[in-house]
Ligand binder design. Sequence first.
Ligand code: GLU
Length: 280
Amino acid sequence: MRKIWKKIILVSMLLIAAVSLSACESYGNELQNKNAVYKKVNASKTIIWGVRNDTRLFGLMDIKENKLVGFDIDLAKAITKQMFGKDGKAVLFQTSSKTKIPVLKNGNVDALMATVTVTPERAKVVDFSTPYFNAGQSLLVPKNSKIKNVKDLNKPGIVVVAVKGTTAVANIRKFAPKARVLEYDDYGQAFTALKAGQGQAMSTDNGILAGIASENKGFHVVGGTFTHEPYAVAVNKGEDKLAKQIDKALKELEENGTYDRLMHKWFDGIPGFSIKEAER
Ligand code: GLU
């Protein structure tokens, strides 16, 4: 019996020690973690980028080539090389509209280059670089649709198709409160729903919609932009050094013409899309 009590006391003491140790550790981590990703990235010359795989022109999985392609992908690679020269390595991690902020917060990725709009709510949980692309929310409709702008959506019976986790969902509720919003997991599913007539319009950023319209001749982007959606690279809170380093690389890519070359590579000749308006 005495032996059992000894064991119980010993196990309890070990448990208490483990709990207090981990409490100290987490407090220590908070202090030490500031700029931890910056240090890791610079030691390894590798950046794990969270990118999109469902967003034509920005980040799309090219099934034939089995690789991710788009403006965000090229810019992420260019920034990595600009920061570390030819030894720099950009690792691409596929994220969705819904998972992009969580995968950054939980440390799966070092930075997001994923059509992320800077918003005051997001700025509470992540840090942003300076914006690299000026998007704005717009509408995609069949070419024979009577819908011409966001005001036409503000009627009972109107259904708008959007993607979960995007700024578009809240914006439609604000600009067309009478419309119903149907949310899908990605742009492929959302557009399939629009094609099937489950909604009268699809809404998200103009460049993303222009990418879909460029492949689907029966649809076009209408109504101009009714919000301002500046895209920036997002890094975790406390990674101010990494954000600054990315800003510096962006500026250099702008000065050496790479940024402009990539804008033209992806957006030249896209109907209804203005490079001048989108350029930073
Ligand atoms: N720019 C919008 C946002 O950050 C849409 C991008 C996306 O599909 O994730 O919410």
